[in-house]
Design a binder for this molecule. Structure first.
Ligand code: ADP
Ligand code: MG
Length: 449
């Protein structure tokens, strides 16, 4: 006879079938049975203790979400061992649950920085793809993207994002054994395990985990024995469907002296990169960091900082720290534009004598003459290549030689928006190091000014 419970469970399983890999569904879900559901506590029978264990550790959240969807309420779940030949619900009532909901134990120490959470992670153009993928992973650890490989330059949030995933997985699955470690730590521990003949303990320590967060795997480059051991650890966990998350300062195939088999393993899931933050994101980050620390700062000071600090997020934090300390020592309550200007460019008028003597009008006319265009063209709407380059260089020099604010440069150059001036500045800034003719042009103009 098909009972309501059977029907409910069948629908729940169907929901799980859609989101799980077929093999995972067949192995872990198909053979389970809902035995009782009382006071929102669902008891689910598994045919062997391995399934009890694995379903509780790895798939509890998935089961719970699917069941909650069906019952439209929040349920608690427990998995019990019940071999298939005794499906009577009486015996289920008498079975003692092998697992119940317990908070994380002291041995489950994942090594996570308490501040590196999703709540503290600003999402912008440079990291929104990586963030979206991370959100997918926490919903179904081990199933969505495995491994998940995050790469990018220093100080752009790789470690933060990886640990945010760890925090969220533990929050949703308190039983999960998660560990964060730099690849270097893995290498060092391996060497001491070898020396003290404790390799078995070493292997067990890593292979019993449900999720590993391995930071800066570029460290493995050239370390053959560490690569070998890491390869086996990776395989053991990955084959068991455990989530592996890795970071590096470059793509797997750009890491020199990394064995091909590791490169291909690392690229076997999803590889994402994080870029330097753009202007809007820098504003959001400065706002978030100052609000958190209750630092009183004016919007124009935030805007100035966001325009000035074009590098990574760690540098932004460093500059903010410097400004905050100066404000505290000088007993300044509100940090305003002139205060940050003084800190970031304490002697701009001394180091840039041009700013004292050169007027904007003079600079624009020198540029126009040098490029053989009319002043009106520089400030006009023309988009010919030569005019655009001349305009960008003029904007750059107005900003760097006379220290005019972005807005004013925009006004001088035909009422342009301050963001387009900012883009012009960034473009020329890059070309200075990559394009020798442009560098030469700028030096020639500076010499005439
Ligand atoms: P990476 O590992 O890429 O070198 P981190 O993750 O250590 O960089 O980040 C450097 C600092 O910047 C950390 O203090 C981190 O909290 C902060 N940070 C990075 N990305 C973000 C972000 N998107 N939002 C807020 N803070 C961030
Ligand atoms: Mg890092």
């Amino acid at each position: 006879m098909i009972t309501n419970l059977d029907r409910l469970w069948k629908n729940t399983q169907e929901e799980l079938r859609v989101i799980m890999a077929p093999a995972v569904f067949q192995t872990f879900v198909a053979k389970t049975q809902l035995i009782t559901l009382k006071n929102n506590l669902a008891t689910i029978a598994c045919p062997n203790s391995y399934l009890v264990d694995i379903n509780h550790k790895r798939y509890l959240q998935l089961f719970r979400d699917a069941l909650d969807n069906q019952t439209k309420t929040k349920n608690k779940l427990q998995f019990i061992l019940q071999p298939p030949l005794s499906p009577s619900s009486d015996s289920a009532k008498n079975s003692s649950p092998l697992f119940s909901f317990t908070p994380p134990t002291a041995s489950n120490t994942p090594n996570l920085h308490p501040q590196y959470t999703f709540d503290n992670f600003i999402v912008g153009n440079s990291n929104n793809y990586a963030y979206a993928a991370a959100q997918g992973i926490v919903k179904n650890p081990g199933l969505t993207h495995n491994p998940f490989f995050i790469w990018g330059g220093v100080g752009i949030g790789k470690t933060h994002l990886m640990q945010a995933i760890g925090h969220q997985i533990i929050k949703d699955n308190p039983q999960f054994k998660i560990r964060y470690f730099p690849a270097e730590t893995f290498g060092n521990e391996l060497i001491s395990a070898l020396k003290s003949k404790k390799m078995n303990q070493f292997k067990k320590k890593y292979r019993q985990l449900d999720c590993i967060l391995v930071d800066d795997v570029q460290f493995l480059a050239g370390k053959e024995y560490t690569q070998e051991e890491f390869f086996h650890t990776f395989n053991a966990l990955h084959m068991a469907g455990k989530q592996v998350i890795l970071t590096s300062d470059r793509k797997p195939n750009d890491i020199n002296k990394l064995e091909d088999r590791l490169v291909s393993r690392f690229m076997g899931g999803l590889t994402v990169d994080i870029q330097l933050p753009d202007y809007e994101m820098r504003v959001a980050i400065i706002k978030q960091k100052t609000e958190k620390k209750k630092i009183d700062i004016t919007p124009s000071a935030i805007q100035f900082l966001s325009e000035k600090i074009e590098s990574n997020i760690r540098d932004i934090e460093g500059q903010l720290q410097k400004i905050h300390i100066q404000a505290l020592t000088q007993k300044i309550k509100t940090i305003d534009l002139s205060f940050v200007q003084n800190i970031l460019e304490p002697s701009s008028s001394l180091t840039h004598p041009a700013s004292a003597t050169v007027t904007p009008r003079h600079l624009v006319s020198v540029c126009a003459k040098h490029f053989g265009v009319k002043t009106g063209d520089l400030c006009g709407k023309g988009r010919q290549k030569e005019i655009v380059l001349a305009r960008h260089i003029t904007a750059y020099l107005l900003l760097t030689e006379i220290k005019l604010p972005l807005k004013q440069v925009g006004q001088i150059l035909g009422g342009r928006d301050h963001t387009s001036i900012m883009h012009a500045r960034d473009k020329i800034h890059t070309q200075l190091s990559t394009n020798p003719p442009v560098r030469q042009l700028i030096n020639q103009i500076k010499a005439i000014l």
